[in-house]
Design a protein around this ligand. Sequence first.
Ligand SMILES: NC(=O)c1ccc[n+]([C@@H]2O[C@H](COP(=O)([O-])OP(=O)(O)OC[C@H]3O[C@@H](n4cnc5c(N)ncnc54)[C@H](OP(=O)(O)O)[C@@H]3O)[C@@H](O)[C@H]2O)c1
Length: 247
Amino acid sequence: MSGTSGIEGKVVAITGAGSGIGEATALLLAERGAKVVLGARRTERLEALAARIEAAGGEAAWTRTDVTVREDLTGLVELARGRFGRLDVLVGNAGIGLISPLDEVRVEDWERMIDVNLKGVLYGIAAALPVFREQGTGHFVNTVSTAGLRVVPLQAVYAATKNAVRTLSEGLRQEAGDSLRVTVVSPGVTRTDFPDSMSAEMRAQVRDRMDAIAIPPDAIARAIAYAVEQPDNVDVGAIVVRPTAQA
Ligand SMILES: NC(=O)c1ccc[n+]([C@@H]2O[C@H](COP(=O)([O-])OP(=O)(O)OC[C@H]3O[C@@H](n4cnc5c(N)ncnc54)[C@H](OP(=O)(O)O)[C@@H]3O)[C@@H](O)[C@H]2O)c1
């Protein structure tokens, strides 16, 4: 729905939509009247989430989307347009945290994080920006991280990818002119499946920290909803949401 504020009627595509923050965002926005377009690799999760949204009276579409494959992002945007006629918001949320000491020289993990966390967002921009220009309106929301705000050992490459997206988003905002909006949301420790992508040793450490202090993914979804629901001329640039207990 062009030219109006709020969430009702907006078409919102979300990457990494099958779990955690992406799933919570899809559920919240759909509950508030958005038409959500779900992308991730595990289609059984997308199918189940879409069914849950539809059973609650919402509207959802999904397609298998690997953000490291440029054509998959084009497909996600095309699904939004084909099914719902337009795309109002792209939430670039898919991400992995293959954290490790740099001394371990896990070059493949570094490349994987760059491919998913940075190039995945770039492919989303490549797919959605021409559509937003054609429509004269559009909103990019990218999930970054507090890891980029307070850089700590083991997270150097992960934080670098997230800060690259932060920089990219600001550059995009600078070039966007008065018709597009660009938001970065930086979650702190949030209770999701995020540790699943890590090595066993790192996973145990991160899970312990999650068990101790994490906030639920819905807290991040509410921040994304806040950015989306603003009037068209109000561009929420950055939101940081972390547990009060996080240093
Ligand atoms: N949890 C935290 O504490 C925290 C803190 C700060 C920032 N973040 C960021 O929040 C975002 C969401 O993570 P989360 O915490 O919600 O963890 P999550 O539950 O693991 O969700 C990440 C999602 O990304 C998807 N994904 C991974 N690789 C993908 C690929 N190549 N193509 C498409 N989708 C892919 C996964 O789905 P498939 O495997 O089905 O593709 C998964 O659903 C990430 O960008 C993460 O860096 C999380």
